[in-house]
Design a protein around this ligand. Sequence first.
Ligand code: FES
Length: 153
Amino acid sequence: MVTLTVNGESRSFDGDSAMPLLWYLRDEIGLTGTKFGCGMALCGACTVHVDGEPVRACLTPVGGLAGKKVTTIEAVDKQKIGQVVQAAWVEQQVPQCGYCQSGQVMSAIALLSTKPTPTDEEIDLAMSGNICRCGTYPRIRAAIHKAAKDLAK
Ligand code: FES
């Protein structure tokens, strides 16, 4: 039995401890905002936060999350930083097909949590694990700068 917190709610899981967190989120508790991309932690589409750190849910076993706090895209608007990042994403019209974008937003929030005014290079480095097949990288960068500015107000 594993007890973890997902988006502020305590959850108990007594299934296969090797089940990837992504499966648990999507198939067991219906949080489908986090996407399956490559299944090998290479594309970033499944990025969520565990205790505030960005992790790839596709290769994170639920069994290792006892006592941890998981945050998904569904709950980022509960905090100011998430609201500001999402607003910047909308304003800059970042998404194209949208598939990668919940992972992008999760990585952007994690970046701005530790580096409130990142440079272009720091943005590119922090976001390098999040692939966008539509090539929205320039708008992602612009949205992160915009969010950084708005968070500093
Ligand atoms: Fe289509 Fe990024 S918006 S993959």
